[in-house]
Design a protein around this ligand. Structure first.
Ligand code: SF4
Length: 247
């Protein structure tokens, strides 16, 4: 498999994430719109008209969203140049499917960067190729795919890689924990697992988060200023964009 870009390239997409999902007016989105209806800020050229001022315009949810490259794959490969959600509306239903597959591919790619997990690298590479093949399916194949089942197949391997990478740390277990607004300033959390945890608005300033696992953690508004994230695992750019950081 060639090197696949696993982050959004909006210039190569037809604005699928601005049409496919429903929005509910909230702190993330300034408007309510049903699924399948284009956001009024989406131009005829499939570009966002307020891209440079999303957060201040009341759309911070758009800033933190990442399709992991699913949008451009559907636009350019599953369908093809010249097609869009008006000529081929079935594109829209495929976005959540391919996005989840690409997220799995991103996690597998991250796991392959972990030197401590070298003994599971062959399995990780095989799973990466397998999921990439699934994501390259026809619209009918993608529509019929059980993505949750694929996730269940891949997760134990990712967990194994995480355990190997966190060996020798206290490995506190916060998987799936509700840590919304939790005050953990300066806490020793090196090697902790925050897999699937809700860390919305948590105070993690100055915390020791070395080699902590952030797979799928919700970090919206979490304060990470001054925290040590050296070797943090499965921490995506969109998670960091959602958090409060030093940069
Ligand atoms: S505000 Fe811009 S990025 Fe967000 S959904 Fe609308 S067009 Fe897309």
């Amino acid at each position: 498999m060639g090197e696949r870009v696993l982050e959004a390239d909006c210039a190569s997409c037809v604005g699928l994430c601005c049409v496919a999902p429903a929005f509910v007016k909230s702190s993330d989105f300034a408007i309510t719109k049903p699924a399948g209806q284009p956001c009024p800020n989406l131009g005829a050229d499939f570009r966002c008209g307020i891209h440079e001022r999303l957060a201040e315009s009341g759309f911070p949810g758009c800033v933190v969203f990442d399709c992991f490259g699913a949008g451009q794959r559907i636009s350019r490969e599953t369908f093809g140049i010249g097609q869009d959600w008006q000529s081929a509306p079935e594109m829209l239903g495929l976005l959540p499917v391919v996005r989840q597959l690409h997220e799995l591919m991103w996690l597998l790619t991250e796991a392959l960067k972990l030197a401590a997990a070298v003994r599971v690298h062959p399995k990780l590479r095989a799973e990466l190729a397998r999921i990439d093949h699934l994501a390259g399916g026809t619209p009918a194949q993608l529509k019929g795919l059980d993505v949750d089942a694929e996730r269940r197949k891949v997760n134990p391997l990712l967990q194994q890689a995480s355990n190997l990478a966190r060996a020798g740390t206290p490995k506190a277990d916060y998987r799936g924990a509700n840590l919304i607004g939790r005050k953990m300033r300066g806490a020793a959390l090196n090697g902790a697992s925050f897999r699937g945890a809700l860390l919305i608005g948590a105070d993690l300033r100055g915390a020791d988060l070395r080699r902590a696992d952030f797979t799928g953690a919700d970090l919206r508004g979490a304060d990470l200023r001054g925290a040590d994230l050296t070797g943090a695992l499965f921490l995506s750019r969109s998670q960091l964009r959602a958090a409060v950081t030093d940069t």
